[in-house]
Write a protein of this length. Structure first.
Length: 375
């Protein structure tokens, strides 16, 4: 081949390489290296490894400019923080009880009322205070409980604190410097100061199992606590920091509309269940997503995937009653804003029921229960 006959293709190659013209991919493929030699065959790239569910969520969080991961509450060995073994024994009625829960979820979805994630309504406001926070007394509006009144005699409760606006009047005060926590039910303030109907106080939070009992505070009783099960109010709460970090590294608290009457599952200490249905979940019941389920293959929104990952690794603990099946998240009221809302919010412009529409409820399993009769 003469030089004159090679001039046209060479010019095309130069134009394609310099200008990235449309269609040049095909032209450059046959251009060689200008020496007349055929180009070396390209090495076949290995297929890209599919990201795990956790990696996908972390990437989503990184795009949002996330700070460091938050600290966990309670003992590493507690029901809230202990990772579940894949071979953990299941309750003999696991399949039937999970099917009943899935039917309840389906009913709520058909009526467009649930399932839900409690945030500014029936969520849990958590106020974290520094070491030097001034203390105030909180009066107990209840039959005398001297040890609880003593625990509430000096609470580092800021004047600006705001309990839940609706429903239970919940509030948790956490002081990391002293490793102490106070929780309240029906908390309010009038002319003579702060009052609450019930609640609890906990020392050595980092080594506590996350449930009220004698070790929680001098004189503490198993009926302390703002929840109906005496499981700590902050236990299992999905916090704002966790959603921002892309990881929920503990078990999740769940409230359900049908709570089994007469019994509770340890480590719960009590119950307000009223359902005679043997397939109703008792308070304290511990669920988990099947460890064989590949979450990365499910089309889950990032928040839903975070919840599913936690449910698979740590589980879901039935903590209380609610009118709809609901996970419990941090109430943002004390922050003065609602970061869940809006297209750029933590829920990405979706309702909780939309986020949970793809949660794999049918793949839940009920772990073996240690049942106790109601006291």
């Amino acid at each position: 081949m003469s030089k004159s006959t090679r001039k046209g293709p060479a010019l095309i190659c130069l134009l394609c390489a310099g200008l990235a013209l449309p269609g040049c991919g095909m032209a450059l493929a046959g251009c060689g290296d200008g020496t007349g030699r055929e180009p070396a065959p390209r090495r076949q790239q290995a297929p890209r490894r599919r990201q795990t569910a956790h990696e996908q969520v972390k990437a989503w969080s990184a795009q949002r400019g996330v700070a460091e991961e938050p600290r966990r509450l309670f003992s590493p060995a507690s029901i809230w923080n202990r990772a579940l073994a894949p071979e953990a024994p299941l309750d003999p009625d696991s399949a039937a009880i999970v099917a009943a829960l899935a039917r309840e979820v389906a009913q709520e979805q058909s009526e467009r009322r649930g399932p839900w994630i409690n945030t500014s309504s029936f969520g849990v406001p958590i106020v974290t205070v520094p070491a030097g926070q001034p203390t105030v007394p909180v009066a107990l509006d209840h039959a005398p409980e001297p040890a609880l009144s003593s625990a509430w005699s000096a609470v580092p409760l800021p004047a600006s604190s705001r309990p839940t606006r609706e429903g239970e009047g919940y509030l948790v005060v956490l002081q990391p410097s002293t490793d102490r926590m106070w929780e309240f039910w029906q908390l309010g303030r009038d002319g003579d100061g702060w009052h609450a109907t019930w609640g609890g106080a906990m020392r050595d939070v980092s080594s506590n199992p996350g449930v009220y009992g004698p070790e929680a505070w001098p004189g503490a009783q198993p009926w302390w606590g703002a929840t109906a099960s005496s499981l700590a109010l902050a236990g299992g709460v999905i916090t704002l920091d966790q959603l921002r970090s892309g990881q929920i590294d503990h078990a999740l608290a769940l409230a359900v509309p049908d709570v089994r009457a007469g019994v509770f599952a340890a480590p719960a200490q009590r119950t307000d269940g009223s359902s005679a249905d043997p397939l109703a979940l008792p308070e304290g019941a511990h669920l988990r997503l099947d460890p064989r389920l590949d979450l990365a293959r499910l089309a889950l929104p990032p928040v839903t995937r975070m919840i599913a990952e936690a449910a698979q690794r740590y589980g879901i603990v039935v903590r209380d009653y609610a009118s709809e099946v609901a996970f419990i998240a941090q109430d943002p009221t004390p922050t003065g804003e609602n970061p869940y809302l809006g297209p750029n919010g933590l829920f990405e412009g979706r309702y909780p029921s939309q986020l949970l529409a793809s949660f794999p409820w049918e793949h839940l399993q009920l772990l073996a229960m240690d049942l106790h009769a109601r006291r």
